[in-house]
Design a protein around this ligand. Structure first.
Ligand code: SF4
Ligand code: SF4
Length: 368
């Protein structure tokens, strides 16, 4: 690899000047090019490890001044200094935030670029939302309705923290939903525990939730853990995981049975429930949180973006709508208010049907 890195085309030098050489990579290379053009030379690092020592030393020798331009920590800069190259780096560039061509031009040449990219009107806020048809929406709708304390985890479902669902109370790191809730329950006692759940995705549970659940059983806890089983690893781009039955390369393999796994850890109450069946899901959550023993609810419904999930048609709001805005509480991107009336945007709705189950007046129906 070291030999490959020294000669790889992705680690390339562009010699334009003897005065200034710039070592950079990724977006900072593009920003530097935009800011400095052909007035400087570039060493574009495409493979940072193993570091192309000889190639970088050769590049540095050809220039009077060498800058390292990289966002955040001085990783390339540290490598260069370790090789004895006298570079200019973080003494000119901030450790924080994203760089811009203007920032780079000022740091390297001392020149200002007028900031003429500002729009006169401010853009509407576009907070991140769960997708139309997202299975997690039903879970968080119920948890919010019941006013539970929700110990959250890392995944697309972390979006359950933002309005209008506003359900997650904590998100610390992978697996912490289970272990933090265990600690909360031990510290606050059984009555608090009956108003507390952990939520963790299927792949995160496999990654680092099993140990927390084992501890709950071992330490005589009584937590309720909700495994958000959407049959895929959503947040990072639909990777398979041990619960899906396919390897990361898409080959069939053994599938972990979540029910059997949780039972094998000593959890006696393991229930599978559909988060789109709002009434039943609410009943299950109430029943399991009321127990004075550990329990697991597997909230099972596949991610709406999986190819095999084929919702059809779209939903429409009928004349009997009372404009109560209950359906707005789902935070579905297809539902909005226009001229003070709730409307469903057909182009965004995928016909998942969740809003039909939420409207108290039966005003929403499906159309093909
Ligand atoms: S929940 Fe039903 S009645 Fe209320 S605004 Fe939505 S469609 Fe109308
Ligand atoms: S509008 Fe209703 S049916 Fe359409 S995607 Fe949203 S929740 Fe699903």
């Amino acid at each position: 690899l070291k030999e490959y890195s020294e000669n790889a085309e992705i680690n390339k030098a562009e010699i334009n000047s003897e005065d200034i050489g710039v070592i950079c990579g990724g977006t900072t290379y593009l920003y530097a090019h935009e800011a400095l053009g052909e007035s400087v030379s570039y060493f574009k690092i495409g493979m940072i490890y193993p570091f192309p020592d000889k190639a970088v030393i050769e590049f540095a020798k050809k220039h009077k001044k060498v800058f390292v331009i990289e966002e955040l920590d001085p990783v390339i800069e540290t490598q260069c200094r370790a090789l004895g190259i006298d570079v200019i780096g973080k003494e000119r560039f901030t450790l924080l935030g994203e760089y811009t061509p203007a920032l780079i031009k000022k740091a390297v040449l001392g020149a200002e670029i007028p900031d003429d990219n500002c729009l006169e009107e401010s853009l509407p806020a576009r907070p991140p939302v769960m997708c139309a048809g997202c299975p997690h929406r039903g879970t968080f709708y119920v948890l919010k309705k019941l006013g539970l304390t929700v110990s959250g985890d890392i995944g697309c479902y972390t979006l359950g923290a933002v309005p209008p669902l506003s359900s997650l109370d904590t998100t610390i790191c992978m697996g912490a939903s289970v272990s933090a809730a265990h600690g909360m329950a031990k510290a606050r006692g059984m009555e608090f525990n009956k108003k507390l759940v952990s939520v963790i995705g299927d792949s995160t549970f496999m990654h680092s939730g099993i140990t927390g659940l084992t501890d709950i059983v071992y330490n005589k806890g009584a937590n309720t853990v909700i495994i958000l089983d959407n049959s895929i690893t959503g947040m990072t781009g639909h990777q398979e995981n041990p619960t899906t039955g396919y390897t990361i390369r898409g080959e069939e393999t053994k599938q972990v049975n979540l029910i059997a796994l949780c039972k094998s850890l000593g959890v006696e109450h393991v229930v599978v429930a559909d988060p789109f069946d709002i009434k039943e899901f609410e009943r299950v959550v109430k029943e399991e949180t009321n127990r004075e023993e550990p329990s697991v609810i597997i909230a099972q419904r596949p991610c709406a973006l999986l190819k095999r999930v084929k919702y059809s048609g779209h939903c429409v709001i009928g004349e009997n709508c009372k404009n109560c805005k209950m359906c707005m509480k789902l935070g579905c991107p297809a539902i909005s208010v226009k001229d003070d009336k709730v409307v469903i945007d057909k182009t965004q709705c995928n016909g998942c049907g969740l809003c039909v189950n939420v409207c108290p007046f039966g005003a929403i129906s499906k159309e093909d």
